[in-house]
Design a binder for this molecule. Structure first.
Ligand SMILES: [Zn+2]
Ligand SMILES: [Zn+2]
Length: 385
């Protein structure tokens, strides 16, 4: 039974920081790139990596501290288990890369420079298919009511002949000999080892020796698909719907990508939209503005509604019709319809009309025009100063 603390030159109460520092020092000392053809150094490198593997993992360390190394071996994987001493240099190197390879941690700048960019970690086997982006144009009314659109896209789908396997039978899939199924290979650069995706199997860890004839071992093929997209009521331009699993089929048993649908809503001739509220400009005559009236107006949901325009309505006045705007796309209520009054000054008056307006003017009092009255009073104060 080995003492992992002693292996790293530490005692039992060491902090995670001390453990990492001690491991770095020892690992660099025994690293195979610094000690070519030195089996003793290689053994030491495996030993310190093994010790670090346990002590850097909180749950493994707890078991080790309480029950010793044997308990770790008994626990099995998943329960904080430990497979036992590193049999290969690859395992030890992986621990080393895991501790320092991602460029984070407390490495000095020269240390990080060794790992700049080229490191690709943890990439083996199953890959999610690519996601697709499309944009769909709908009318203002369709956005208000919700709609369904059918579109055609080219997707990679799992090959029907081999069910996505890529080989005629399961026996036609062998472990990749270059990477021994790891999907990654380790190369030395300077003092350190880098892992990269195995070029022989493209990271899947498998070789197809008996490829499916229909897809030439690809496991998937391109196919035109028609997809129905349900667009909910209340969507707006710039919103994106995510249709999970409607992208390309994955490879190596990975999940399918997604289909991302960017929504574009065409503008409307009469309505403009702000959030869930909708604005409508309504021209009325100056007589209607003076005397008040009732009007039938359209709504975004293509039903009409009646509104009361009160006596003495001013130009630009906003009348709010509650709940007649857009439905909220998250089903949280309904916006309002805001009717913006535009009082139109009559043009091309006949002599008779002008005559009547002149007689009307004679009967006007300052009370008919409170805004004008207030304005003149303010001006009076201005001139007297
Ligand atoms: Zn390989
Ligand atoms: Zn196939």
């Amino acid at each position: 039974m080995s003492d992992f603390y002693a292996t790293l030159g530490l005692t039992k109460g060491a902090t995670p920081d001390e453990i990492k520092k001690a491991y770095r020092k020892k690992a660099l000392e025994f690293h195979p790139d610094r000690n070519p053809n030195n089996p003793k150094a290689a053994e030491s490198f495996k030993k310190v990596s093994e010790a670090y593997e346990v002590l850097s993992d909180e749950s493994k360390r707890r078991i080790y501290d309480q029950y010793g190394e044997e308990a770790l071996r008994g626990a099995g994987p998943g329960a904080g288990g430990f497979s036992g001493g590193f049999s290969s240099m690859e395992e030890a190197l992986r621990t080393f890369m895991g501790a320092f390879g991602s460029g984070g941690g407390e490495g000095g700048s020269s240390f990080e420079a060794f790992f700049g960019g080229g490191f690709e970690g943890g990439d083996t086997g199953a890959r999610k298919g690519s996601s697709k982006r499309i944009s769909v144009k709908i009318t203002f009314e369709e956005a208000a009511k919700g709609t369904e659109k059918e579109i055609a896209i080219q997707n990679y789908v799992a090959c029907s002949a081999c069910g996505g396997l890529g080989a005629k039978t399961k026996a036609g899939i062998k472990t990749c000999s270059s990477c021994k199924g790891q999907g990654q290979i380790y190369q030395s650069r300077g003092f350190f080892s880098m892992s990269s995706v195995c070029p022989n199997c493209q990271g899947t860890g498998q070789m197809i020796t008996d490829p499916c004839r229909s897809c030439s071992g690809e496991g998937r093929s391109k196919e035109k698909q028609r997809i129905k997209i349900k667009i909910p009521a209340g969507v707006d331009s710039g919103m994106r719907l995510k249709m999970g699993g409607y992208g390309d089929a994955g490879s190596g048993g990975g999940p399918s990508g997604d289909l991302l649908v960017d929504i574009e809503v065409e503008p409307h001739e009469s309505f403009t939209r702000e959030g869930d509220d909708v604005y409508l400009d309504l021209p009325i005559t100056f007589v209607e503005a003076c005397l008040g009236t009732k009007k039938t107006i359209p709504t975004p949901l293509e039903e009409s509604c009646r509104i009361q325009i009160p006596e003495g309505t001013q130009n630009g006045k906003l009348l709010r019709v509650s709940g007649k705007g857009f439905p909220n796309v998250h089903k949280q209520g309904q916006g309002d319809l805001l009717v913006r009054i535009a009082v139109e000054t009559p043009v091309k008056l006949s002599e008779k009309q002008k005559e009547l307006l002149r007689s009307f003017e004679e009967l006007e009092t300052p009370h008919n025009y409170p805004r004008r009255k207030g304005f003149l009073e303010k001006l009076k104060g201005f001139f007297s100063e």
